[in-house]
Design a protein around this ligand. Structure first.
Ligand code: ATP
Ligand code: MG
Length: 446
């Protein structure tokens, strides 16, 4: 296929017959987050490379191998965002949001870019829903954040996700842990991959997150961070668990989770599925108390998570999670001849103003072809306007699902059609709830 008609490897199109599902899922997330006090933030798709090398950490896979980095025409090193936290924190610092009441709770839906080996659930352009809770050190915030992700999954009807939590301590207690890790990996030096050899000197914890099979095998027997965390970190972790227990959120403690980004401290967590293959982590997050300072700001203990939209959609597809049906157009106005099409356009315009979804012929087709098209669209009702309808001043609204046809005057059609819709809706509700509507004059209700 010609290059111009082929999407780049690791990117994908979301077509109209699928996009409404993502729209629903994304809107649900934003709405639930909003109930938890999160407000949307939008930051640029590219930032100075240094934001990510400092923020995400230059010993991470993301920074070392995966970033889309280039020099712009002014010779500045620019990177397409590989994740959303660094940009959100940059904006928080740049615009002085730390002067606002804390914590500042922000949410976002963004595209992210990572140069990875494309496979199921791993793309080069992917999308994240993320939230950041900026400016609180209290463990209650960790549990509330986790409960938000939990609430999103349960509201969407996603099942079988395992919540795994861990604490990776603070810089103080991590020093001891780094030493223990260092001496463990030092003894396995001969087998470690090139990148991990470099990490051994700079940040041995990163080796625990290496995707190479040999390194991950070695990492299995490495000292566990939970055995090294200090009293304060341990107490923090206990309160997080207490809150989760109180909220009836099931979890398992997995002492091997360290997360792929350098900024994490204390609580880290993942929601993992066994149903979508090797890329099973649908959502990951944790606390990053040191990030603000790392970016040159004042100490701002914070936390957040990011949820991979494509992985979530894969999981929902695998589980056949029910989604609301796509909205179908309510009315198709078929027209015969120019005068009738002008009238169709006029009626459609006023009905649309009332919030009704209407389509009419904008392709110059025969009435037969228009009806076929309307059928394919799955419209609820159709009406035909031709010379005889214009002459008689009457049209017939046909219910495409086999209901009764109703004749209406063209004069005042917009109002008559609206009351017809209301009456059908009432009749539908009455029908499904088994309410006896006989003897009730619908006209009295409106
Ligand atoms: P993984 O271990 O799978 O590489 P990660 O630790 O790099 O994940 P994060 O940086 O925490 O992932 O990103 C949060 C979420 O974003 C992941 O849990 C996943 O759902 C999604 N995600 C990350 N990388 C990709 C990718 N390349 N393609 C699709 N989704 C991704
Ligand atoms: Mg990764």
């Amino acid at each position: 296929m010609a290059l111009v008609t082929k999407a780049i490897k690791g990117t994908q199109d979301l077509l109209p017959n699928e996009s409404y599902k993502n729209r629903y899922v994304e809107q649900t997330m934003l709405d639930i987050a909003s109930k938890f006090g999160y407000k949307e933030i939008r930051t640029p798709v590219f930032e100075y490379t240094e934001l990510f090398s400092r923020g995400v950490g230059d010993t991470t896979d993301v920074v070392q191998k995966e970033m889309y980095t280039f020099d712009d025409k002014g010779g500045r090193s620019i990177t397409l965002r590989p994740e959303g936290t660094a940009g959100a924190m940059r904006a928080f610092l740049e615009h002085g949001l730390f002067n606002e009441p804390l914590p500042q709770k922000v949410s976002y839906l963004t595209s992210c870019y990572r140069y990875e080996k494309p496979q199921a659930g791993r793309l080069r352009e992917f999308h994240q829903f993320g939230v950041e809770c900026l400016g609180t050190a209290a463990p209650a915030a960790d549990a509330e954040l986790i409960s938000l992700a939990h609430e999103i999954f349960s509201h969407l009807g996603v099942e079988g996700l395992r919540l795994e939590i861990n604490s990776i301590g603070c810089p103080t207690c991590r020093k001891k842990y780094h030493e223990a890790l260092h001496s463990y990996f030092e003894s396995k030096k001969a087998d470690l991959c090139e990148t991990c050899l470099d990490r051994l000197g700079r940040n041995p914890m990163r080796i625990l997150d290496c995707k190479s099979p040999v390194c991950s095998e070695i990492a299995k027997d490495a000292p566990k961070v939970l055995d090294y965390i200090c009293e304060d970190c341990s107490a923090h972790f206990e309160v997080v668990k207490k809150h989760l227990d109180a909220m009836n959120i099931p979890y398992v403690v997995n002492p091997t989770i360290v997360r792929g980004l350098d900024y994490y401290t204390r609580t880290v967590f993942e929601f993992v599925s066994e149903q979508i293959g090797a890329q099973g982590t649908v959502c990951g997050g944790g606390r990053y108390d040191g990030l603000a300072e790392q970016l040159g700001g004042n100490s701002t203990p914070s936390l957040g998570f990011a949820l991979g939209i494509e992985r979530l959609m894969l999981l929902m597809q695998a589980q056949n999670t029910p989604l609301p049906e796509e909205e179908k157009p309510d009315l198709y106005i078929a027209s015969m001849g120019e005068e009738a099409t002008v009238l169709a356009a006029k009626l459609a315009a006023s009905l649309r103003e009332e919030g009704i979804s209407v389509q009419y012929d904008v392709a110059g087709r025969s009435v037969k072809a228009q009806m076929k098209f309307a059928n394919k669209l799955g419209v609820r009702n159709t009406v035909v306007i031709g010379d005889s309808e214009i002459e008689s001043g009457k049209v017939t609204v046909k219910d495409m699902n086999g209901g009764e046809s109703v004749e209406m005057e063209l004069d005042g059609f917009e109002d008559s059609y609206q009351s017809y819709l209301i009456q059908s809706a009432v009749a539908e509700i009455a029908g499904t709830d088994g309410i006896d509507m006989s003897g009730i004059n619908l006209a009295d209700l409106f």
